[in-house]
Design a protein around this ligand. Structure first.
Ligand code: SAM
Ligand code: SF4
Length: 365
């Protein structure tokens, strides 16, 4: 369901509507107001401080846990939320406490001139972290511009160091480009981390080489459990490698892991360091140990829909709002309506769980 300003936001019968103003030029300019707006607090008391922004649904690879092998079409340019609109939304939400933004996709580096967006976001008062999650294939050519524009953190997805497994997972060649991208990120002052996703029958065996690689490069690596967000809808519990299981595998090879506290209670990873002091590893376990009670994230899709959860069945249309000259207060009230309808948890393990219509690449991971 897509809710537009002025529509019946609570009606289950509200249908996806055509956005009449989509192709119109933007008429607003960034409002100068810095007046604080009410915080984004949901009905369970969770205060929202983090916004994940998908800048495109397009990608240069086709990870089987995310995308279909063939995609009929990606969003055309006119359906993407413009950089000005993204900055407008962030400037409003920053006044109500959003202080971290993460650019994602699809593959965010596929969106041309991404550094221009980073530059706009870096100038917004209240935003103190501009992060990006990327597969790094296009990173080495763009990293300098992104760092100069104000990017602060980068998470690079790396699921294997074997070319054949890379191809099996992503249905494309390209491991060399990813590794070049990682080297280019290491050469900057950005905070760089690795993210890995293991599927039991495909790359569980890569966990030790991945950790060895991360330790050698002095990078923190986090393993995220496979969630039911794949376009092929092939997800099954059997393919999920839980953080608990993986920790035992890693401890049997590297020795005991020592837990380190969470500096930020809302960050989803349980982090550990190795006994020998060389690096650490984190486990993000949304399936086996959901962390919904401390979730402080909302998400903006590439076509400008606000979602209160990866697994949300509803969306609120901020692109239509931006393009119809909505005021800051109207944008804020759409975000408030979205957050008010956030569920207590994603319910993956419940019998009535329904996988969302959009797959991960269409939401933004
Ligand atoms: N293309 C970029 C990348 O791969 O890093 C950014 C977008 S991608 C959707 C963001 C993250 O989502 C990646 O780290 C990827 O591993 C993760 N992801 C994708 N599909 C997933 C799934 N079904 N379950 C858990 N994580 C998933
Ligand atoms: Fe592309 Fe990232 Fe999805 Fe892989 S996980 S297909 S790199 S969007």
């Amino acid at each position: 369901m897509v809710c537009h300003p002025g529509s019946q936001m609570d009606s289950p019968n509200t249908q996806r509507m055509t956005i009449a103003s989509e192709s119109l030029p933007e008429k607003y300019s960034l409002e100068a107001s810095r007046e604080p707006l009410p915080q984004l607090i949901d009905s369970f008391g969770r205060v929202h401080e983090s916004l994940r922004i998908s800048v495109t649904d397009a990608c240069n690879i086709r990870c089987r846990y995310c995308m279909p092998e063939t995609v009929a079409s990606f969003l055309p340019q006119h359906r993407l939320l413009s950089f000005d609109s993204i900055a407008r939304v962030v400037s409003v939400l920053a006044r109500s406490g959003i202080r971290k933004v993460r650019l994602t996709g699809g593959e965010p580096l596929m969106r041309p001139n991404l550094e221009r967006l980073v530059d706009k976001l870096a100038k917004i008062p209240g935003v103190d972290q501009i992060a990006m999650t990327t597969n790094a294939m296009l990173l080495s050519d763009q990293i300098t511009a992104l760092e100069s524009a104000g990017l602060t953190h980068i998470n690079i997805s790396l699921d294997t160091l074997r070319e054949a497994a890379f191809k099996r997972i992503s249905r494309r060649d390209g491991l060399d480009a990813v590794l070049r991208g990682i080297e280019s990120a290491i050469s900057t002052k950005l905070v760089v981390r690795l993210n890995a996703l293991l599927m039991r029958d495909i790359n569980l065996q890569d966990c030790i080489p991945l950790v060895e690689f991360a330790r050698a490069k002095k990078l923190f690596i986090r393993f995220i459990e496979f969630m039911p967000l794949d376009a092929d809808r092939q997800w099954s519990q059997d393919q999920v490698v839980s953080g608990t299981e993986l920790r035992l595998v890693l401890e049997s090879h590297f020795g005991p892991l020592t837990a380190i506290g969470r500096a930020d209670p809302a960050q989803p990873s349980s982090d550990f360091v190795f006994e020998d002091g060389q690096g650490g590893v984190g486990f993000i376990d949304p399936v086996s140990q959901p962390f919904c009670q401390s979730c402080n994230r909302i998400r903006l899709t590439a076509d400008g829909k606000l979602r209160n959860c990866l697994f949300s069945q509803e969306e609120w249309d901020l692109k239509a709002a931006c393009e119809s000259n909505a005021s800051d207060h109207e944008i804020h009230s759409i975000a408030t309506a979205c957050i008010r309808k956030k569920y207590a948890s994603h319910g993956i393990s419940e019998s009535n769980f329904k996988q969302p219509e959009r797959a991960m690449y269409q939401i933004g991971g």
